[in-house]
Design a protein around this ligand. Structure first.
Ligand SMILES: [Zn+2]
Length: 513
């Protein structure tokens, strides 16, 4: 958690960190590095609150800090005192292991640095804390001065450190180098760990290489958070260890919670989860090509490296221009429709999807619009809770925008004016206010994401606008699509779909109002 919070643009409050810690505990990690007590008031407060409020089931809290200052006794160093008094059962102590860093950054001698490691570890051990020593810049230090880097590891282990963690602080290593260095460093006789940054795109690969060479402790961050290009992604690392290398790392069954937890934490960090994150991304098990889909129908394992349920993810079929009948059939089944039993209807739906995609629609992300299309084809008519008579955006001024919507529903005629900070916002308000009078469920729906794309239709035709809208009811979210000659018309179509789909999903029967 400490190193992940170094990510640019990521700013966690003390309460946020308590929430993240609970999620990490749910994932079943062994240790959570909470922060650097004494370095800033927020981290000090976190440990004070954690001691009172945080009940961890599997994880142990670790405080991060540095070895004592040069020329001072560990017992007299106020920063070491902050670690001692943090209440954390474990201290992760960062130590210099690169000779040039000792001389240039610490401005002390190589001998004094060793004394600082020994003294600080011994002191904290004597005070009852377990100590992990993070050897900063270890791999670069090893290349520059192997004997000294190994001496730091030996000193830490002899002073009583449980684990000596080899850090690729600059993240510049490649897996074969890590494997060699870890294997050689084992000759010191210490228990080793790995802490890898992703600057060569190899953080996880380097972590795997270290484990294969004999490291038994791995540090990583959820969703690969971290400064620059991030740290080794925790879920990817753990899933690789469990599913690829056959090691039991987490408590039984915990890995199946990984996708849920990774996404829950991205809500707290306010960093949208990457669709392409290995194992936990929404695209991680998404299949597009129609050719694949026909084989997937026979055996899903042919096109995915693991069963997505092992990490709590799902296989997803993308309805796309490449889609053949098999994709539509499988996608229909995923949504609860048996489309395959009528070859003619299946052919009609496939043709319709292809024609709409030609016009600019996309159903890859817009599952909700696709489901409405399927429902229409299967049930003979599009689900409809209201008939729109007319709508228009009235005026735009510095005070905002007004829109009117006139519609009929359940024998009533409604005309509503909505206000908003733009035409789409105003239309959304007007439509919602009108329908809410008849269908109270709508009050719980809100627009959470809005994406506009101008599509160049090629020679001879005008560009069209495509809008994707994501709507949430506080529990689930769904995406709808609209296409039109401009943003307002495209948005309107997506808004109508969004409310229609939401009501249907809530089980509201058509025409009950
Ligand atoms: Zn780091």
């Amino acid at each position: 958690m400490r190193d992940g919070a170094q990510q640019e643009g990521l700013n966690l409050s003390v309460q946020d960190k308590l929430h993240v810690a609970r999620h990490l505990d749910d994932l079943g990690v062994g240790f959570i590095e909470g922060g650097w007590p004494g370095s800033n008031p927020k981290d000090t407060e976190f440990f004070a609150l954690a001691a009172k409020e945080l009940e961890l089931r599997t994880a142990t809290l670790a405080a991060f800090g540095a070895t004592r200052r040069a020329g001072l006794r560990a017992a007299d160093d106020p920063l070491v005192a902050a670690l001692r008094e943090s209440g954390a059962p474990v201290v992760t102590l960062v130590a210099k292991s690169h000779d040039r860093h000792v001389e240039l950054a610490l401005r002390t001698t190589l001998e004094e640095n060793l004394a600082m490691v020994r003294d600080t570890v011994e002191h904290l051990r004597a005070e009852g804390q377990r100590v992990f020593v993070d050897c900063e810049h270890f791999f670069d230090g090893y290349v520059a001065n192997r004997a000294y880097a190994l001496e730091v590891v030996r000193t830490a282990a002899e002073a009583g450190a449980d684990v000596v963690v080899l850090c690729d602080t600059n993240g510049g290593m490649l897996p074969h180098q890590v494997e060699e260095v870890v294997a050689d460093t084992l000759s010191v006789g210490a228990r080793l760990g790995i802490h890898a940054h992703n600057d060569t795109g190899c953080a996880v690969a380097n972590s795997m290489a270290a484990v294969r060479a004999g490291a038994t402790h791995l540090q990583g961050c959820l969703n690969g958070y971290g400064e620059r290009t991030g740290n080794a992604d925790l879920v990817t690392s753990v899933a690789n260890l469990e599913l690829k290398l056959g090691m039991q790392v987490l408590p039984e069954g915990a890995l199946a919670e990984a996708t849920r937890i990774a996404h829950a934490v991205s809500e707290i960090t306010n960093y949208p989860p990457s669709a392409r994150q290995p194992y936990t991304g929404v695209s991680s098990f998404a299949h597009k090509a129609g050719l694949h889909a026909s084989a997937i129908r026979v055996d899903p394992d042919l096109y995915q490296h693991i069963d997505p349920a092992l990490v709590g993810n799902d296989m997803r079929l993308l309805v796309s221009e490449m889609a053949g009948r098999a994709t539509i059939e499988l996608k229909g089944r995923e949504l609860g429709y048996d489309v395959g039993d009528d070859a003619e209807r299946l052919g009609r739906i496939t043709e319709r999807v292809k024609a709409m995609e030609q016009q600019g629609y996309t159903f890859e992300a817009a599952d909700a619009s696709f489901e409405l299309l399927l429902a229409e084809e299967m049930e003979g008519a599009r689900p409809s809770y209201f008939d729109v008579e007319s709508w228009r955006v009235l005026a735009e001024s510095s005070r905002g925008t007004e829109a009117t919507v006139k519609l009929r529903a359940a024998g009533q005629r409604l005309a509503v004016i909505g206000e908003g900070n733009g035409p789409v916002n105003a239309l959304d308000h007007a439509l919602r206010q009108a329908i809410e009078q008849l269908y109270p469920d709508v009050a719980r729906f809100h627009l959470i994401d809005f994406r506009v794309r101008i599509l160049d239709q090629g020679h001879g035709t005008d560009a069209v606008t495509r809008v994707l809208i994501e709507t949430s009811d506080g529990k689930d979210a769904w995406v709808t699509v609209g296409v039109g000659p401009n943003m307002i018309e495209a948005s309107w179509e997506a808004l109508v779909d969004a409310l229609t789909y939401g009501l249907r999903r809530h089980g509201v029967p058509v025409g009950t109002a």
